[in-house]
Ligand binder design. Structure first.
Ligand SMILES: NC(=O)c1ccc[n+]([C@@H]2O[C@H](COP(=O)([O-])OP(=O)(O)OC[C@H]3O[C@@H](n4cnc5c(N)ncnc54)[C@H](O)[C@@H]3O)[C@@H](O)[C@H]2O)c1
Length: 379
């Protein structure tokens, strides 16, 4: 990749970089607002197949078009930001990269690993920045989580539990894992020093309402030293939960994205297992002790994640380096999603549960004939 900023037209640090946003549907306007308000960028064009939509979003001073060629032929446009449906990312990004434009792509990077890899390879061949908008990675909370994990404040990560559930929009073409889990996976990729684990992925999904695709999904990912990460995504939950727990050998962090007063809590609590030798035979024994220390909440600055994200895109271009959430991070997320889809399709072809009768156990204990008091278990 070129490290000379002046080698790309319009990229000297004293000038703003020309950008076009492609796709002005639900998410595109957020990009338009942030590129338009950024000191690093000159928003030059908004492109959408629906020209009226592009006009509504662009405002009076920004050119609109429904022609990608018009965008790519403009020498003052250094980069494009793609906010169209995932199945179109690959084709649009390849055209933009071939035209010499740096590319920001909305999550997920593409609709398959093969397509994502083609995008990453071409960007690297061309010496251009390919960045994935993993928006959460630019929130102050997730950046603090990364600091706490990377600095060793939490110790060795033992487990991660991530929950992202609500009454969600049932998507017509993708299941709940492809719709929601990219966020959790991108965060794991960002905060874990070794990045996202991409082998040994477990996945289960369920479609209890007959939507034709999984509406409830669970992923498991192995972590180093016998740790385990779990992600639960769900379109059917009447309550909205956005929580991640990262349990470490020293401390445990809880992120509650829906609690602006206290998004992060750090618990100095946990379980220690001490190996001790016992008696003259020097036998080993384990003693479990529970740490019940303080809980504290780090102060977090208030700033919009997308503002930081567009700043990072400009910095990566100017400094000729991969972005914090580069194309490869997008590719790792796709690798996990594709494995998860394979697990779901393997399990949907598995014989029905009835085909495996449970082996006969001991004869049932006769039920008492007198009414027994009902014990209510409260959890
Ligand atoms: N980062 C986030 O938190 C976040 C949140 C929501 C959506 N997204 C992502 O943003 C992307 C867009 O999602 P959305 O919900 O805005 O979709 P959408 O369907 O609301 O909007 C897509 C827009 O793209 C336009 N379009 C489609 N093909 C085009 C083409 N070839 N050229 C120009 N315009 C084209 C459509 O006319 C439409 O206006 C998806 O990848 C989605 O996953 C990211």
């Amino acid at each position: 990749m070129s490290t000379d900023p002046s080698s790309t037209p319009g990229t000297t640090p004293s000038t703003r970089l020309g950008i076009a946003v492609i796709g002005a549907g639900y998410w595109g306007p957020n990009l338009v607002r942030n590129f338009g308000g950024s000191p690093h960028w000159d928003l030059r064009m908004v492109c959408d197949l629906d020209l009226d939509r592009a006009r509504q979003v662009a405002g009076p001073h920004v050119e609109v078009t429904d022609s990608l060629e018009r965008v790519l032929d403009d020498p003052d446009i250094t980069a494009v930001a793609i906010a169209t449906p995932a199945r179109t990312h690959h084709g649009l990004a390849l055209q933009a990269l071939r035209a010499g434009k740096h590319v920001l792509v909305e999550k997920p990077l593409a609709d398959s690993v093969a397509n994502g890899r083609a995008m990453v390879d071409l960007a690297e061949e061309q010496g251009l920045v390919l960045m994935t908008d993993h928006t959460y990675c630019y929130t102050p909370a997730v950046q603090k989580m990364r600091d706490l994990v990377v600095s060793g404040e939490l110790g060795q990560v033992h487990f991660i539990d991530s929950v992202r559930i609500n009454l969600g929009l049932i998507q017509p073409d993708i299941d709940v894992l492809w719709d929601l889990a990219p966020h959790d996976l991108a965060i794991l990729d960002f905060v874990l020093p070794g990045g996202l684990p991409t082998v040994g992925i477990g996945a289960t999904g369920a479609d209890p309402i007959g939507a034709g695709r999984a509406c409830v999904g669970h992923l498991t990912l192995p972590l180093p030293d016998n740790g385990l990460a779990h992600v639960h995504v769900n379109w059917l939950s009447p309550t909205k939960i956005r929580q991640m727990v990262i349990g470490g050998s020293r401390r445990t962090l809880v992120w509650d994205d829906l609690n602006p007063q206290q998004r992060l809590s750090i618990y100095d609590r946990g379980v220690d297992l001490a190996r001790t030798s016992v008696g003259s035979t020097d036998r080993a024994a384990s003693s479990v002790s529970y740490r019940l220390g303080d809980t504290w909440s780090p102060a977090l600055p208030e700033r919009e994640a997308l503002g930081s994200m567009v700043g990072e895109f400009a910095a990566a271009i100017r400094e000729g380096r991969p972005a914090l959430t580069d194309g490869r991070s997008g590719l790792r997320v796709l690798e996990v999603l594709e494995q998860a889809s394979r697990r779901l399709s393997d399990s949907s072809h598995a014989p029905a549960v009835d085909a495996h009768p449970v082996p006969a156990g001991p004869p049932p204990v006769p039920r008492p004939t007198v009414a027994e008091p009902v014990l209510e278990v409260v959890r």
